[in-house]
Ligand binder design. Structure first.
Ligand SMILES: [Zn+2]
Length: 346
């Protein structure tokens, strides 16, 4: 393990320490702590992004270093934008306890991240309230706040990335369920019989994640190609590549129909790296929805995510703004009784 490097520290302006800033505009910060990069944005109360900064995530150095890198990026932004920081939202990969503000389960690529007290550490450093979300929940908050499904009230968000993540927005608010796992469409069975990364079989993720696109194409051709390279092959008319993306789109449509049938959700927003091949996915999604329309008789709205890589950070800022303005009573922690097999990965 490498020795921790001293990090430059810039004092955080607060109304108490910097009285000249009391007339400065208020901002909310959003932090996206991903496996490779950490993105920080400052947003107005209307969630317009004022400024942003991205740094590598020191995932191998542990939670203290990861949060330290995020704080340094935030301090840099606060030093160049005269503003009063009101609250901070954090979106983090893995299963998180959004009430207690700590990480519960993280993938192997993160060192000393599971169990890390994210919000307590950042609140101690910043002196403002900090709120933690799973990154897929934050993605959906961002898309509902300022993205492709702005102001929709009933939305399923899906991220087709390395894995398949899901999040649910019901009646105008995030619904994460008693264990924080609501909307977890990536790991519902009934999508074939292939082994899934979670240990189960036949989950949506075995057909629609980036890793699965690579694996399914390799089974057909013996070639090891990234999901993006498979998409490029499909664009050149490669029938095996087209079939892999068609199967992915049909599986996504099946998850959409299950959710629509169960909850009468009207709107679906699809993000993550694999959604970059929207021109390949969309036709098979539409074909499946046309072949088996929802029993409600109402058409479903299915759109590609609109905020790109900023969705998680903007969504985290959205959570901070909402909680700051409408504080909720304290929650009981979710830490007990969590099923460690279910965690979202974007
Ligand atoms: Zn699974």
């Amino acid at each position: 393990m490498t020795a921790p490097q001293p990090r430059p520290t810039v004092p955080v302006p607060t109304p108490e320490s910097a009285p000249t800033l009391t007339s400065a505009p208020e901002v909310f910060a959003g932090v996206d702590i991903g496996g490779t990069t950490t993105q920080v944005v400052l947003c107005t109360p209307e969630l317009d992004v004022v400024d942003g900064h991205e740094v590598p995530t020191p995932a191998a150095e542990g939670g203290t270093a990861m949060v330290g890198a995020a704080l340094d990026a935030l301090r840099l932004l606060l030093a160049r934008v005269p503003a009063r920081l009101r609250a901070v939202g954090v979106g983090a990969a893995g299963l998180v306890d959004a009430r207690a503000g700590r990480v519960l389960v993280a993938s192997d690529s993160f060192h000393a991240w599971a169990g890390f007290e994210v919000t307590a550490t950042m609140e101690a450093a910043l002196g403002v309230p900090v709120f933690l979300d799973n990154d897929v929940n934050a993605f959906l908050r961002g898309e509902v706040a300022r993205g492709a499904v702005a102001d929709e009230r009933h939305v399923l968000g899906m991220t087709l990335g390395t894995g398949v993540g899901g999040a649910l927005w019901l009646d105008g608010a995030l619904y994460d369920g008693p264990h924080g796992a609501a909307g977890e469409t990536g790991h519902i069975p009934g999508f074939g019989d292939l082994p899934c990364t979670c240990g189960g079989r036949g989950h949506l993720e075995t057909l629609a994640s980036g890793r699965s696109i690579t694996a399914r194409y390799a089974e057909r051709t013996g070639l090891d190609r990234s999901a993006r390279a498979v998409a490029e092959a499909a664009g050149r008319g490669d029938p095996e590549a087209l079939a892999v993306y068609e199967a992915a789109g049909a599986a996504v449509a099946r998850a959409i129909l299950i959710t629509a049938g169960m909850l009468d959700v009207t709107t679906f927003v699809i993000g993550g790296g694999v959604s970059g091949a929207w021109a390949l996915l969309e036709p098979s999604i539409r074909a499946a929805l046309t072949a088996e329309p929802p029993v409600s008789g109402h058409p479903l709205r299915v759109v590609r995510a609109g905020l790109g890589t900023a969705a998680v950070a903007v969504g985290a800022a959205s959570r901070a703004r909402t909680e700051f303005r409408e504080p909720r009573p304290p929650f009981r922690s979710l830490s007990e009784g969590i099923n460690s097999a279910t965690f979202k990965s974007g």
